[in-house]
Design a protein around this ligand. Structure first.
Ligand code: SAM
Length: 194
C-alpha cells in the first residue's frame, strides 16, 4: 500500500480539492488504515472531525493523539457503530472486493445513516474500452486481471459503480461522479435518501 500511495495519481490532494468539504463536519473514514487521508483532511479543513476505522490490529499501530482524528477498531463486515455522521468515506476499499462483498459492506452502513448523509467512494474508475491509448489501455486492463487473480475482485467503470450502488439499496442516489484529471481514483458522491 505504501508503494501505491507514493504514486502521484494516488495523492490525497485530489479528493481534498475536488469535494465540498466545507459543507460537512463529521467524517468516518472506513478502512482508513493509519489515517493518512483523515489527517490531511483535518489539517486543510479545521472545522472537520474524523473517525478513522480499520481492523483492530491495524489501529493498534496507528498514530495516537492526532487532534480532531479519532481511531477506532471496526470490521466493515459488521454494522457501522458511528451513527449520524455527515460523510462516510471509502477510499480504495471496494476495488479489493467482489460485488457481493461490496454490497454487504455498504449495507452495514444503513442503520447508522441519517437522511441526507453522504457516502463518498474514492476508488478506481476504468474508462470505457477504446478511450485510452493502446499502452494505457493495456495497463488498466492488466490491473483488472491482477485484481481478479489476487482478490477475485475487479476494476469498475462508472456504470459498474452505479449498478453496484443501486443494487445495494435504491435509497442510495449517486449525485455526481467526479473524475479529476491526473488521478487514478474517481469520486462518487452518493446521498442516502432514508
Ligand atoms: C487498500 S487499503 C486502503 C487504505 C486507505 N483507505 C487509503 O486510501 O489509504 C484497504 C484498507 O482496508 C482495511 N480492511 C481490510 N479489511 C477490513 C475489514 N474487514 N474491516 C475494516 N478494514 C478493513 C485494510 O486494513 C486496509 O487498511
Amino acid at each position: 500500500m505504501r508503494f501505491f500511495q507514493m504514486s502521484p495519481g494516488m495523492s490525497t490532494q485530489y479528493l481534498l480539492n475536488s469535494y465540498p468539504w466545507e459543507k460537512y463536519t463529521t467524517v468516518v473514514d472506513v478502512g482508513g488504515s493509519h489515517g493518512l487521508l483523515s489527517i490531511d483532511l483535518v489539517q486543510r479543513f479545521p472545522h472537520l472531525r474524523c473517525t478513522v476505522q480499520d481492523l483492530p490490529e491495524v489501529i493498534a499501530s496507528a498514530p495516537k493523539d492526532v487532534h480532531r482524528v479519532e481511531f477506532q477498531g471496526h470490521d466493515f463486515f459488521t454494522p457501522q457503530p458511528v451513527y449520524g455522521a455527515d460523510v462516510y468515506l471509502f477510499r480504495a476499499i471496494f476495488h479489493n472486493w467482489g460485488d457481493k462483498y461490496c454490497v454487504q459492506i455498504l449495507r452495514n452502513l444503513i442503520p447508522a445513516l441519517k437522511k441526507g448523509a453522504r457516502v463518498v467512494v474514492n476508488d478506481h474508475v476504468v474508462p470505457a474500452p477504446g478511450v485510452l491509448g493502446c499502452y494505457k489501455e493495456q495497463s488498466v486492463r492488466g490491473f483488472d486481471s491482477v485484481m481478479k487473480a489476487t482478490f477475485n475482485s475487479r476494476e469498475r467503470s462508472v456504470e459498474d459503480w452505479r449498478k453496484f450502488i443501486m443494487q445495494t439499496d435504491e435509497r442510495f442516489i449517486v449525485r455526481q461522479v467526479i473524475e479529476p484529471e491526473g488521478i487514478q481514483l474517481g469520486i462518487l458522491d452518493v446521498e442516502w435518501m432514508g
